[in-house]
Design a protein around this ligand. Structure first.
Ligand code: PMP
Length: 379
């Protein structure tokens, strides 16, 4: 496993990879054709009027959920595909494979872009992934490899399963296909595409005037790329990590401590984040999150209860039907706005739609009364 890890990940240590990264810029997101990939990026930004009114701040959401496959992961998937094409590691319409270990948005982005750009997506995922996500990936035509939930040090864990499967294909002399392991947690292309696209878009859309940027961390790619860009433009910009209950990242940011030991005989529970919120929160340090650490000023921990209430509040009062991680960001924005006082400009990411979270998060949020108020969230 270690050997496979060294071979397939950390393009930053690889001369060829570093060159591709250097060249990588907004141009990977520019349309070459007018296919679905031309819709990636340049997402709109809107004001969350109810939150602005309540706090006296201006609170904006960057609508990453409006990317064609429904999340910011479209940017990352496209950047990884284009860079690997440039390096000659994959070729369209030759049966080549895009492999990733994911139960979330990244798999959906790879499945959609594989179809659009002439590849096959092969997604390794825990076998307890929600039926709606499995169904969506199956509908998109991705090859699915459900694996038993396991710790990150187990070769059968879904990320490792994808890494090893890619290696096996590439090393098999009888298999003419080429395969890449996307490796979103450790891959430099992840945070860099946010530095090169999401960050500049937010800067432009807020007319160079952002007091606070708030986001959660799944891989850490978004917060790393955006915060690095914003701090370079305006060092006084405050960067806040919104972290769900059960995640170790908030403690890492606020107190410098976190469970960060790769155990020999780990169980999944030690790495699992005990929350209804999907897509963010982690109990291990990833390369992409490490790229954010120098830029994050503070972390705000948000409970599931607060997130559920916020999701329902935004749905009923603003017509914004969002997923759990977006709700977490908005709770952190509300608290930050009240702490800093009126007049500040705060930007959060709206990560994905509530439709991706119907069976778990929204099953509970749906039961919250329509007259829920922001005071109830803060109570
Ligand atoms: N929200 C959702 C719904 C996600 O799937 C993810 C990515 N796992 C994130 C937020 C966080 O994005 P990042 O990986 O860039 O930290």
């Amino acid at each position: 496993l270690r050997e496979a890890y060294e071979k397939t990940s950390r393009l930053r240590n690889n001369k060829e990879g570093s060159k591709a990264i250097e060249k990588q810029s907004l141009s990977v997101l520019r349309p070459r054709t007018r296919g679905v990939e031309s819709l990636i990026g340049n997402t709109p930004m809107i004001e969350i009027k109810s939150l602005s009114k309540f706090t006296g701040c201006k609170i904006y959401a960057k609508l990453e959920l409006m990317n064609p496959a429904g999340s910011a992961k479209d940017r990352v998937a496209l950047a990884i595909i284009r860079a690997n094409e440039k390096m000659g590691r994959i070729r369209p319409h030759q049966g080549d494979l895009l492999l990733e270990g994911t139960s979330g948005s990244t798999g959906i982005s790879f499945a959609v872009l594989a179809n659009a750009l002439g590849y096959t997506a092969h997604i390794c995922l825990p076998d307890d992934t929600s039926p709606e996500k499995m169904q969506l990936l199956r509908s998109l035509g991705a090859e699915l490899e459900p694996v038993r939930p396991a710790s990150i040090v187990d070769p059968k864990q879904y990320t490792n399963a994808a890494r090893l499967a890619a290696q096996r294909i590439n090393e098999d002399p009888n298999d003419p296909r080429r395969a890449i392991f996307a490796d979103q947690f450790e891959n430099d292309f992840n945070w860099r595409i946010h530095y090169n696209s999401t960050g500049p878009e937010i800067w432009r859309q807020s007319e160079g005037d952002v007091d606070v940027f708030i986001n959660g961390s799944g891989t850490g790619g978004t917060i790393a790329g955006v915060s690095r860009y914003l701090k370079e433009k305006a060092p006084e910009t405050k960067i806040i990590l919104a972290d769900p209950q059960g995640s170790g990242l908030a403690n890492r940011v606020n107190y410098g401590v976190m469970y960060d030991r790769v155990e020999k005989e780990g169980t999944r529970r030690r790495h699992q984040v005990d929350t209804l919120v999907e897509g963010i929160g982690l109990n291990r340090l990833t390369w992409n999150f490490q790229q954010a650490e120098d830029y994050i000023d503070e972390a705000i921990r948000v409970s599931d209860d607060e997130a559920l209430k916020m999701a329902k509040f935004l749905c009923v009062n603003d017509g914004l039907f969002w997923g759990s991680s977006s709700a977490i960001n908005c709770v952190a924005a509300l608290k930050t706005a009240l702490k800093l006082g009126p007049g500040k400009k705060i930007v959060v990411i709206a990560c994905d739609s509530g439709a991706r979270h119907l069976s778990k998060f929204w099953k509970k949020a749906a039961d919250i009364p329509n007259d829920i108020g922001l005071d109830d969230i803060l109570a």
